[in-house]
Design a protein around this ligand. Structure first.
Ligand code: GCU
Ligand code: CA
Length: 738
């Protein structure tokens, strides 16, 4: 991040280097000869004319500066404090002049750019900003409703804008389209997209800064690399260039092919070009890096945070070369752990540096291990390792450390822990990007494992979201293998394990029994009225199967689980809970109980609206009659569709953003045979569902499913596949976590 103008002395130094170039010395950052994606308009008129006239040196690129000037001209004075606007307006006017100056030199262009992004970074909003909602455990979309595919990257603030860079892998597309399968190891590189945002929540797609076609040294292309990932971007104040630093494996680049690749762009959203490849960082025992991220300090200095590639037992901090950011300088070791660490990333909170990393679990989830600086020196001494509080119960919200975004708000500093569940071409749950707040409430930072929260990027304030699920590891996905004690859960006796598949067809659910068995979890809740819910199925002769919650006052509320061989959603709404610790218990005294998708969501203080769609309420369509003769329905009736193919029931729902959404369909089937229906979303069949017999027309159960929704209005239709028609339908619940 660019806080204050820095390294002004080095701007002058860079100018000397440029002058030296004219005297025949190789310059540190000469403008390469233009290739296909550059044209006259990208350079100063003077330097282009000289180049065209056959003079070999001196091309001066202004494309990035022009782009920044055009962008910053859209800012309005009344949105900022006068004190911060004045220097910005001055820097913008100057930059505008330099961009139009046919004779501007490369150092002048770089200096104008640096002054502009610095002044933009110092803009202070006149108003407080608004809370935006971050929802985890879902797939994210950009502001155009297209999937965000960005993993193993970072968010960097250049000027007044956050830019998010990461890798789009082909496996990410496959898993999103079908999350009931896993796509181990499909890390084929697609591209490096860049998104921009002012609030860190709404992300606009800008460009693909690199693609498989990106040219590298020796005629190679990025698409030939066996691995591309773990990247970050820094702005170099001396060259005015944006430098992307990523791991790469490509033997033709030199050495053993494991190295750090440098790509360079002229603006944050530019198409980046090859700049350098470094096989070995001095002081690392192995070539390349283990996992790495780029950390930019308050003074604008940039560092590579990494562990050694083979073994990953040592934690390093290495500077990016100040003159041009195109080398990793000799590394300084700040920690070690013989078991190995990866997902290495750094954050700074209230003056201290925190280095965080995960276990060496491949793509899987882990607690977060932290070492903290004991001086103000990022490359100085660090404490021994401890576990980041709040990451133990659900393995960092079922993620591996990805990167951190430190937000210095007008009211408080909040760090965003950007966890990676990219993991999940390896099957740890829905969604790739899980972002949680980290604050320093005591001596040490605290991770808040929330499934939904609201954040104000201006003030830095955050609060728990209305649909937050207070149960941790509620989908039993944190454990990557079959275990007999599940992460976040304490066994209270009997046979306990995790089994596959879970309620949504992906892996794991909790299984208790056969016979008496149970688990419990202690959480902390604010006072309120809650809904407790679970997907459950049973086998054998079940007795005493239940999910219950006991609050700080000792009151216990119990959701009884009746026998059902298929996955059924059960819920107990309207539970009052006192503030403080609460214990969630799952148990059975006989038979086998399997549960998944536990939910404890606060409904008081504003019930989530627009989530439930009754079958009898327009715009819902029922090709049959709306009846009320069988008890137990909600609302004023249910849809009794005709017993015929073509006799469908349709719901119209609204989604605030595109993405996969879980739903629950409440139905009764008093017949003896299951009835099947196609689940048709916006005209396309996405699944065929079987509505098993519920034993009686007055016995209602809820069937889970996942549907892809567009932002805005969507139709969800159930089309019977046989002449038996549909079961009776009560309602459709949207956004129920499965
Ligand atoms: C019975 C029942 C209806 C149901 C119908 C059916 O008539 O009363 O509610 O819709 O069976 O088989 O679909
Ligand atoms: Ca019927």
């Amino acid at each position: 991040m660019i806080g204050t103008l820095r390294r002004t002395g080095l701007v002058a130094a860079a100018w000397l280097v440029m002058s030296a170039a004219a005297a025949g010395v190789t310059p540190a950052a000469a403008e390469p000869a233009p290739d296909a994606h550059y044209s006259a308009a990208d350079y100063t008129a003077g330097s282009w004319a000289a180049h065209a006239a056959g003079k070999a040196d001196g091309l001066v690129m202004v494309r990035g500066l022009k782009k920044l000037v055009a962008d910053y001209k859209t800012r309005a004075a009344d949105k900022y404090t006068g004190a911060s606007w004045a220097p910005f307006a001055e820097a913008l006017a100057k930059a505008d002049g330099v961009a139009a100056d046919a004779a501007a030199t490369a150092p002048e262009v770089a200096a104008a750019k640096t002054a502009l992004v610095t002044a933009a970074g110092n803009l202070v909003a006149a108003e407080e900003g608004t809370f935006q909602t971050i929802t985890n455990d879902v797939f994210w979309n950009d502001t155009s409703g297209n999937p965000i595919y960005s993993q193993g990257g970072g968010v960097f603030k250049f000027g007044d804008t956050y830019y998010w860079y990461g890798v789009h892998y082909s496996g990410a597309e496959l898993y999103r389209a079908n999350p009931t399968r896993k796509y181990d190891g499909d890390v084929s590189f697609v591209s490096i997209p860049v998104y921009s945002s002012k609030d860190l929540v709404n992300w606009k797609f800008e460009n693909r800064v690199a693609t498989r076609a990106t040219s590298l040294a020796g005629g190679a292309t990025l698409g030939q690399a066996g691995w591309v990932g773990r990247l970050g971007v820094s702005y170099n104040e001396n060259t005015g260039k944006y430098v992307l630093v990523t791991q790469v494996y490509l033997p033709s680049l030199g050495g053993d092919g494991n190295g750090v690749l440098f790509l360079q762009g002229d603006s944050p959203t530019d198409t980046f070009d090859y700049a350098y490849y470094q096989n070995q960082v001095v002081n690392s025992p192995t070539t390349g890096t283990g996992d790495q991220t780029v950390f930019t300090d308050d003074d604008g200095k940039d560092y590579l945070i990494f562990s050694n590639r083979s073994g990953r037992s040592r934690a390093f901090v290495a500077k990016l070369r100040e003159s041009d950011s195109l080398r990793i300088e000799p590394a300084v070791q700040i920690g070690s752990n013989s078991s190995g660490r990866e997902g290495n990333a750094m954050f700074k909170l209230d003056g201290k540096y925190y280095h965080a990393a995960s276990d060496l679990h491949g793509w899987n989830t882990s607690v977060t291990h932290v070492i903290e600086s004991t001086s103000g020196n990022i490359q100085g001494a660090y404490t021994g390792e401890y576990t980041l509080a709040g990451t133990e119960m659900d393995y960092s919200h079922v993620t591996q450390t990805g990167f951190f975004v430190t937000v210095k708000g007008t009211k408080q500093n909040t760090v965003i822990f950007a966890g990676d569940r990219w993991a999940d071409f390896a099957w740890n749950g829905i969604g790739y990007n899980q972002w949680m707040p980290v604050t320093r409430t005591g001596a040490r930072p605290q991770f808040h494992s929330v499934s939904q929260w609201q954040f104000n990027a201006t003030t830095g304030a955050w609060r728990v979201g209305q649909n937050n699920n207070y149960i941790l590891n509620p989908d039993f996905q944190a454990d990557r293998v079959t275990v007999s004690t599940l992460t976040g859960w304490t066994n209270t006796g009997g046979s306990v394990t995790n089994v596959s598949p879970g309620a949504n067809g992906s892996r794991f659910a909790l299984q208790l029994g056969s016979g008496s068995a149970g688990v419990r979890q202690q959480i902390t809740v604010p006072a309120g009225t809650y809904t407790l819910s679970a997907y459950a199925k049973t086998a054998g002769s079940v007795s005493g199967a239940q999910v219950s919650v006991t609050d700080a006052g000792g009151a216990t509320r119990t959701l009884d689980i009746p026998s059902s061989s298929g996955w059924t959603r059960r819920e107990l709404p309207g539970i009052p809970l006192a503030s403080g610790p609460a214990t969630v218990t799952v148990r059975t005294s006989g038979g086998t109980l399997t549960v998944d998708g536990l939910g404890l969501v606060r409904t008081s203080g504003g019930t989530p609206t627009g989530q439930r769609h009754e079958a009898e309420t327009a715009p819902a369509v029922c090709q049959g009659t709306i009846d009320a003769n069988w008890a137990g329905f909600s609302g004023s009736g249910f849809c009794n569709a005709d017993n015929a193919t073509g006799a469908y029931a349709q719901f119209t729902v609204n989604a605030s953003a595109a993405g996969t959404t879980a739903l629950g369909i409440r139905f009764a089937n008093g017949g003896s045979a299951a009835r099947t229906a196609n689940l048709v979303v916006n005209g396309s069949t996405v699944a065929t569902l079987s509505f098993e017999s519920t034993g009686a027309w007055s016995t209602w159960v809820t069937k889970p499913a996942n549907v892809p929704l567009n932002a805005g209005t969507n139709t969800i239709r159930l089309d019977p596949t046989t002449a038996a028609g549909l079961p009776n339908l009560d309602y459709l619940d949207l956004g129920t976590a499965v």
